[in-house]
Structures are given as structure tokens and as C-alpha cells.
Design a protein around this ligand. Sequence first.
Ligand code: DQA
Length: 142
Amino acid sequence: RKILVLNGPNLNLLGTREPAIYGHQTLADVEALCREAAAGAGFGLGFLQSNHEGALIDALHAARGEAAGIVLNPGAFTHTSVAIADAISGIGLPVVEVHISNVHRREPFRHHSYVSPVAAAVIVGAGTNGYRLAIHHLASLV
Ligand code: DQA
């Protein structure tokens, strides 16, 4: 069985994007750590990043029957997207929401998440280690 890790807009810039906030690890580093964590828990890994809301929604739909659970960092869509929240409700798979930065220590517009009410768990401010924690949690759930 497989765990799907989905990353939203601007996360392709990880490593060079505002390193004081997001650190120096690249998305490729995140993929490697996710692969290792999933393998350690006996799961395969799907890994996808998109800057497009619709592509993320399509990936959530396609995960049905493909993945046991999903790790999702929706990026800025966290704070704007009813459509992503509806997709999560619609697919009936456990989703762990991850934010690299502590969004609650940042601008007020980052304090609200449309995704959190439909997430199985939320991991915030643990850096890229949050992806590892999310995979461990999903593995214990499914
Ligand atoms: C983020 C936090 C969001 O507010 C921001 O728009 C991102 C990244 C994080 O991982 O800390 O793109 O989801």
C-alpha cells in the first residue's frame, strides 16, 4: 500500500524560498525523507507537487483506491481553498495537513485553514520533519 505526499504552490522553491522561514532543505530532500519514512513503515510512496489548485484536486481524487492516506501541504491554498477541503471530504481518505513553518506565529491571514476541519491531524512548525511525523501517524492510522 501507498502513502501519497502532495505539496501545493511554491513548495517547488523549497531550499531557496525564504530560507529563514522554510529552511534550506529542497523538495527533493523532502521527497527522500518521505520515501525513507514510508519504506520504514512498510508503505510505498507517491510524491507530487503542483502550483495549480485543480491539479491538486485531481490528485486527491485519483488517490482513491491508490493510496491508504495522504500527507498534504496545501501551501497558500490552505487559507483560501474551499474546493480542496471539499475534495478531502469527498474522497474519504485520511489526510494529515503539514506546514513547515509555524503559521500561528506568522501573519493573521495564515492562522485560518480551510483544510484543518477535514484533516485527520495537523502538524505545524516542525520544519520538514513534519512530513516524517505525518507519515508515521498515517501508518499508525491505516
Ligand atoms: C506553508 C504555510 C503557508 O502559509 C504558505 O503559504 C506556504 C507554506 C508551510 O509549509 O509553512 O506556502 O504551508
